[in-house]
Design a protein around this ligand. Sequence first.
Ligand SMILES: Nc1ncnc2c1ncn2[C@@H]1O[C@H](COP(=O)(O)OP(=O)(O)O)[C@@H](O)[C@H]1O
Ligand SMILES: O=C(O)C1=C[C@@H](OP(=O)(O)O)[C@@H](O)[C@H](O)C1
Ligand SMILES: [Mg+2]
Length: 415
Amino acid sequence: MMKLGLIGYPLGHSWSPEIHSFFLKQDCYSLIELKEEELGPFLEKKEFDGLNVTIPYKQKVIPYLDELDPLAQEAGAVNTIVNQNGRLIGHNTDVEGFRDMIMAHGIDVKNGKTAVIGDGGVSKAIRCALKQLGADFCVTSRKHSPGSITMQELLDHASEYACLINATPLGMKPHDELMPADPSVFDHLKYAVDVIANPLRTKFLFEAKLKGCVTCGGFEMLVRQAAAADRWFADKHIPEAEILACMKSLYDQRRSVVLIGMPTSGKTTIAELLAEETGKKRIEMDEVIEAEMGMKICTCFQERGETYFRDLESSLCYSLKEAMGSVISCGGGVIKRKENMQALAENGLILWLDRPVDLLYGSSDRPLSSDREHILSLYQERRPYYERYADVRIENSGSVGDTLKQIRKAMEETL
Ligand SMILES: Nc1ncnc2c1ncn2[C@@H]1O[C@H](COP(=O)(O)OP(=O)(O)O)[C@@H](O)[C@H]1O
Ligand SMILES: O=C(O)C1=C[C@@H](OP(=O)(O)O)[C@@H](O)[C@H](O)C1
Ligand SMILES: [Mg+2]
């Protein structure tokens, strides 16, 4: 069996072992956390067939290598090392991972200006990919490196940019409240790309999606650079279908399905069936909140007011960022606060169950939907929000079987 691994510091959790065992059909990949002083001795022993390299060693490994391939040389960074009969050869598969990801999403960097935010290791690989694609791009740098622009210069010309790429760690867990720049000030932005893989959808991508941009994130780049690395490690070409299957399998484990929609649109009912069908854990937000309050939501609205309930709802959304692969059924009003939706969208696929107003009904135990007139005005008020936050609209007007079918399709198609 081959001996492969990932070196970096600190490593924390990484999806690389799962990804490589998916592609290579063997468990031969381990996480090797190395302190700076351990890096040289480890590489000199050469007791491995291949390595991936992550922060902070993409440049620091170079002096220990016998050869760099032309792309690694151009990038000035190495993320893949192959031990070829005792000679260590450095490659850079981030270039291919990034390039293939943006091409798969139809991101056209030839049509309009692109800005790469950040000039660290991964930024170098992105620049190589952008050059290959013939893009007109610039790079922002805090260090004023030659040829780069400042953040202020980028913002001063914000309306000129069609594509923004985050190559900084801003927005990565645990500082997921941060953004490298606010997409809303870029008037003509069409595409937003992030290299961050955790969370799946950074705040930067969430905001860009609200603007109607095409977005894609670092998790996909992680899978694609791994597929390219396996070509060096195992001389194995990983076909596109296999890459998509790997992403789907990992998304199934990592991403929750979040149901939003009007009261009585079917969220609770469909969530129960979906959880049963997929074996996923079901989280009914209103039940969790009622248990925490020790009272019914209706009573809470009467005795403590709506804001009291909404604050509990918001803090639950915040904790559900880590619900990993659950089915989450929300209360109808969850869309009233943008921060709720940003939290749920971090690691969630947001599905809007849209049920025709005529099929919605009022009931005495639902404080905000007591009669038909009220339901209609609530629908008119909320519809734009459901629409804005949803990744996919699911029409719940036929049988529950038909609705579940649409949901399965959405889960397949939104990688
Ligand atoms: N596709 C459907 N076909 C028939 N009845 C449905 C369908 N979807 C939902 N319902 C019914 O609508 C009612 C309200 O659904 P519920 O799941 O409580 O909604 P919510 O959680 O969104 O408030 C339930 O009686 C449920 O059985
Ligand atoms: O629409 C709303 O504002 C609410 C909907 C309810 O959930 P359902 O959508 O399951 O009825 C519940 O969260 C609360 O009464 C507030
Ligand atoms: Mg419900």
